[in-house]
Design a protein. Sequence first.
Length: 623
Amino acid sequence: MELEQLKVRGFLAKCSPLKELPAEWLDKLAQSVTFKCSSAGDAVLTIGEQNDHVLLIRRGAVDVCLESGDVYGRFSKGDWVGYRSVLRGGVVSMNVMALEDSLFFAIPASLFLELVGSFDRVSKYFSDRKQERLRSALQEIRGNDGMSLVAMHVRDLMKLPMLVGKSDSIQQVAQQMNEFNTQTVMVTGDDGGLCGIVTDVDFRKRVVAEGRSIHLPIADIMTLNPLTLTPRDQASEALLLMSRRNIRHLPVVEDSEVVGVLSASDLLRTQSSSAVYLVGDIFAAQDVARLAELSKSLPKLLVSLVKQSLPANDIGQSITSIGQAIARRLLVMAEEKFGAPPVPYAFIVAGSMARREQTAHSDQDNGMILSDDYNEAQHGEYFRQIAKYVSDGLDACGYIYCPGNVMATNDQWRQPLAVWRGYFDAWITKPEPMALMYASIFFDLRCLHGDASLLSRLLEEILSKTKTSTLFQAFMAGNALSHKPPIGFFRGFVLDKDSKDSSAEKGMDMKKRGVVPIIDMARLYALAAGLAPINTWERLEAIADAGTMTRSTVEDVRDAFEFISMVRLQHQAKQIENGQKPNNHMPPEELSALERRHLKDAFEVISTMQESMATRYQADRFR
């Protein structure tokens, strides 16, 4: 293959959906490609003409326009045009115009059709059905293996080593290990290089069991010349090595220097159950300082879960479990400090924590439902102290105070059950802007601690009212439509400024314009049907089971939700790895061709569903 063809082949191999094609197919495509150049303003394809090639944009950008002149989409490097006409017999149905000087790789129609017929993933990528395209894209963006450790390296998991000299006594080393709460030490020679390893098992087997003197040098009981890893080794390979050799700890060495230690338990904690280990540590914490220290693991956990290619809902559940565990531990510690509650109460959380859809630290949204036996004069100070202790503790752990003061420390949100009943009755029967704001927060509630029956009784009454109040449903629909997907210029990507970072460039708000419209939609459909689930995935499933929305429609919405959520999570994970604070603003230039293409599909699903929702609940009457 000539040099030019090798360059073409290399570019093809990086483009979706050609990644992972067999080598012979990449060779065939590279040898069949011809080049097509267009200057800015040139017509690339014209409605009505016969097209016998599919074009892959190598350089430049084009506008695809409907016959009316409206822009259907704007496409650039790595995007495909002309495939629709080829799949439909060759007649062009949309105009394609070069926005700038552009170079295309032209693939003959016959070869393209053979390619589509040979590979299911290629066929789905070019499918006319956006739902099928989305499902295919989800597999590609997440990866197909789903193995937890495949994408991780030893450097992601190793801990700092404890180093001792080979002449240090057994007793000295044991004391240091106890002081630093470690199970293993690395023994170094006179030159500072690794010469052995000692674990707590060695003290049992080689000192206690054999009756050795504790004053002997540690070198007497070390394992000589242990197997080592490098920071670049794959975590999956490290786990296999440990399993085969029955080893629990391995030194990590780079340039002859011990830089870390990896244990089998560290590897196992990276599975989806890693959050469970962290939750266990949280419940063992004895003070706020320890909780704050453990909470710092949250960003690293998010990165780990994203790398494991877990579904977005599973990642949200895992991340939320950390925040919930911290809040619960703070409540137990508060009761230990201030005494048992004088009357029953339920500590409730709202918003993303209630839905179990958190992606990182967020602000607090919480409150207290108190028993109707509550007496302000007798009990008020106790519950104020509990609320302040928990709220201050959450803030110390990274869950900042709510800017809108929706917290149990606010007297308004620390009230008896009867008062809460009055709140919800007013929000449902007299919907107005402030009521709708509270509805978007407090219609997602979960009890974290205390008497859960206080909340369950309230929710039962709420659902019986939302199910029959068409006025409330109409107002909620109108409110939900205030968050539109970013479909505008080049059929999608309306950009917003990050309100929390004035220095940041504009980007797509993947939360406000992506996930929130689906969250709002699922909430409305669930409340209107009197359905109890709070998590968005569970709400959508319940909506399908109830027949409120067809199952195929629900699956389309869930695929859109998953795809948008995964792009958002991968963006945040990348920011964390780069030492940045994660946000929801995605610069369009960071999107791959696959992400650009399928985000448009996902946003169009949302837009279609919003139109249906507006009609169903007569939202136009109140907008």
